[in-house]
Design a protein around this ligand. Structure first.
Ligand code: NAP
Length: 248
C-alpha cells in the first residue's frame, strides 16, 4: 500500500471528488479525516466506508473559510490523531453568474472558500508536517484556471490563485520535505456539474479527445500518486486531469 499508516485530511469530503479522494487514500492505507460543511449524513457515510476498508475515518464539520472553525477542527485532529501528514484542499463552491452580477458578498463567499480555505488549512495543518520533516499538500484547482470562463469569473480567479499559492507554498515548504502540488480537473461528474443541460454536456464532450466525462476516481488516483513516496521529487506542479481537453 502506498500510504500505510499515514493520516490524511480531505476538505469537502462529504461528496463528489473529495469523497472519492478520501476513500482512495484509505484504500492505500491512510486514516482519513473527512471534513464537511453542511452534508453531515453524507460525511458520516464516507467515514463509515473508510472504517469498512479497515482504516480510521472521522467526519469533522468546519467551514474552511472560517478561521475559528478550522482552529476547532485542528484541535480535534491533534487530539484524535496527533496531526496530519497529507492535506487535500478540495472544498470548493461555484455559482454561474456574469461578472457584473457578482456582488461583493458573492465574490467574498467564493474566494473565501476556494482560495481562503486553501491558505487557512495549509497554514493550520503544516506545523506538524514541518516538525516531522515530511508532508504532502494537494490543492484542487480547475481547468478553468487556465482557460478562463464566461460565466463564473470569481470561481476562475480563485482557481488561478490556487495555482499561484501552490507554487509559493512549494518553495517555502521544500526545506521541510513537504511537497505542494495542484490538480486541475476538467469536467468531472459530480453535483457541481449535474445541473448542466443535455446540450451543454454534449458540447463539453465534443471538446474532450478521450470522449468521456471524468469520474471523481480519476482525480482521486492522481491525488493518491501525489500523496505517495512515488511523487517525492514533484513539487510546485499542476497535474491536468481532463481527458486531453487542454494540453500544456
Ligand atoms: P461538489 O460535488 O459540489 O462537492 C463540494 C464539496 O465541497 C462538498 O463536500 C461540500 O461539503 C464541500 N464544501 C463546500 N463549501 C465548503 C466549506 N465552506 N467548507 C467545507 N467544505 C465545503 O463539488 P466537486 O465537483 O466534488 O468539486 C470538488 C473540487 O473540485 C472543488 O474545489 C471544485 O472546484 C473542483 N473542481 C470540480 C470540477 C468538476 O467538474 N466537478 C472541475 C474542476 C474543479 P458540504 O456538502 O458538506 O457543504
Amino acid at each position: 500500500m502506498l500510504l500505510a499508516n499515514k493520516i490524511a485530511l480531505v476538505t469537502g469530503a462529504s461528496r463528489g471528488i473529495g469523497r472519492a479522494i478520501a476513500i482512495e487514500l484509505a484504500r492505500e492505507g491512510a486514516d482519513v479525516v473527512v471534513n464537511f460543511n453542511q452534508s453531515e449524513e453524507k460525511a458520516e457515510e464516507v467515514a463509515h466506508a473508510i472504517e469498512t476498508i479497515g482504516r480510521r475515518g472521522l467526519a469533522i464539520k468546519a467551514d474552511v473559510s472560517r478561521t475559528d472553525q478550522i482552529e476547532a477542527m485542528r484541535k480535534q485532529v491533534l487530539k484524535e490523531f496527533g496531526g496530519v501528514q497529507v492535506l487535500v484542499n478540495n472544498a470548493g463552491v461555484h455559482h454561474h453568474l456574469k461578472s457584473w452580477e457578482i456582488d461583493e458578498t458573492e465574490w467574498r463567499r467564493v474566494l473565501g472558500v476556494n482560495i481562503g480555505g486553501v491558505f487557512l488549512c495549509s497554514r493550520m495543518f503544516s506545523p506538524e508536517m514541518r516538525e516531522n520533516k515530511w508532508g504532502r499538500i494537494i490543492n484542487i484547482s480547475s481547468i478553468i484556471a487556465f482557460t478562463g470562463t464566461d460565466h463564473e469569473a470569481h470561481y476562475g480567479a480563485s482557481k488561478s490563485a490556487v495555482v499561484g499559492l501552490t507554487k509559493s507554498l512549494a518553495l517555502e515548504l521544500a526545506p521541510y520535505n513537504i511537497t505542494v502540488n495542484a490538480i486541475a480537473p476538467g469536467w468531472i461528474e459530480t453535483d457541481m456539474t449535474a445541473t448542466a443541460t443535455v446540450e451543454e454536456k454534449k458540447k463539453a464532450l465534443e471538446l474532450i479527445p478521450l470522449r468521456r466525462m471524468g469520474e471523481p476516481e480519476d482525480i482521486a488516483h492522481a491525488a493518491v500518486f501525489l500523496a505517495s513516496e512515488r511523487a517525492s521529487f514533484i513539487t510546485g506542479q499542476t497535474i491536468h486531469v481532463n481527458g486531453g481537453e487542454v494540453m500544456y
